[in-house]
Design a protein around this ligand. Structure first.
Ligand code: UDP
Ligand code: MG
Length: 319
């Protein structure tokens, strides 16, 4: 078998602080893998600039000029981590045998690339990087992340526990991924749905090399919301059960009041009205979330547009 053509896909949003360091480390790792015969000619480091406002693209262009193994794709707008990653994977699919996706800050241990490739050679189409420890994360990050996995599980969404978007996918898996045409992307939920032979590689998560997290609370919440509402209709069903319970309680309350001949005063009525309108508002909000999704999907807008490319990558489809 000829040596594997690997693509390292790295979404970057305002990452000027970490990129020089990241690029050096990744190039060194590529050389090491090449020398060991684990990857072959045509392997690439592919950066996706997710509409950064700083010098990220200038850096990527510079890296491309310095090393033919480095390539870049620049999105015209900031479309978020998941979409940027998809743009990278779809670009990589055209030239690689398999792709490993990772974050620009190298919080995910690149020393396990070898293990990823071994599993791939043994016939795995998808290999998940799973964190065996999160000691380096802040208590807040760890708490929210763990709460999120639990919530998703309660809603019946199949997720790989403690796996983020650090994974290897074969070209075949990437092609399957291309068939999921949804706009609200939640890759961690979609990838397990692809099926095929999978395995896990364990590593401990380190600290961000430099710069700050590009996932502020607002983005995290919208990511979690997308995760739930793109995959589960349980919130709708819960709402229904909640409504039924409330109705039964109201009937019991009314019967009791009638039997005792005691009708509630102003505050009782106030609470009742407040509770009822609260429930209505929550219901409308949840419905709105789903209707919003239908609305977005119905438009079938392109999910991203590649502005330019650099280095040796497949032709820009938007040109
Ligand atoms: N990222 C992106 N677009 C965004 C936000 C983040 O491409 O809108 C990238 C970011 O550059 C990084 C990765 O997604 O490579 C993960 O972000 P970060 O490390 O800040 O997240 P955290 O590790 O704090 O969850
Ligand atoms: Mg990070």
């Amino acid at each position: 078998m000829s040596a594997v053509k690997l693509a390292l896909v790295i979404p970057c949003y305002n990452e000027e602080e970490v990129l020089p360091d990241t690029n050096e480390k990744l190039r060194r790792k590529m050389t090491e893998l090449q020398n060991d015969g684990k990857i072959g000619e045509g392997s690439r480091i592919l950066y996706v600039d997710d509409g950064s406002r700083d010098a990220t693209w200038a850096l990527i262009s510079k890296f491309c000029a310095e090393d033919p193994r480095v390539a870049g794709v620049k999105l015209a707008h900031n479309r978020g981590h998941q979409t940027a990653l998809l743009a990278g994977l779809e670009t990589a699919k055209e030239f690689c045998d398999c792709a490993i996706s990772l974050d620009a800050d190298l919080q995910d241990d690149i020393e396990v690339f070898g293990q990823f490739l071994e599993k791939y050679e043994n016939g795995c189409e998808i290999v998940y990087g799973v964190r065996s420890s999160r000691e380096k994360d802040t208590v807040f990050k760890r708490g929210t992340a763990q709460g999120f996995y639990k919530l998703m599980k309660a809603f019946g969404v199949e997720l790989v526990y403690n796996h983020a978007d650090y994974r290897l996918m074969s070209r075949r898996a990437l092609e399957a991924l291309g068939e999921y045409q949804e706009t609200s992307l939640f890759l961690r939920g979609i990838v397990p749905m692809i099926g095929y032979k999978t395995d896990c590689v364990y590593y401990s998560r380190g600290e961000r090399l430099a710069g700050e997290s590009k996932y502020p609370l607002k983005k995290m919440l919208s990511f979690a919301m997308d995760g739930v509402t793109s995959f589960s209709v349980k919130p709708l069903r819960l709402l229904f059960s909640f409504g039924v319970i409330l109705l039964i309680l109201a009937v019991i309350g009314a019967i009791t009041a009638l039997a005792l001949g005691q009708f509630v005063g102003f505050w009782g009525i106030f609470c009742l009205i407040a509770a009822a309108s609260g429930v209505h508002l929550i219901a409308a909000g949840v419905l709105g979330e789903y209707i919003g999704k239908i609305y977005l999907e119905a438009k079938k807008r392109p999910r991203y547009r590649i502005e330019t490319t650099a280095g040796d990558v497949a032709k820009n489809p938007n040109e």
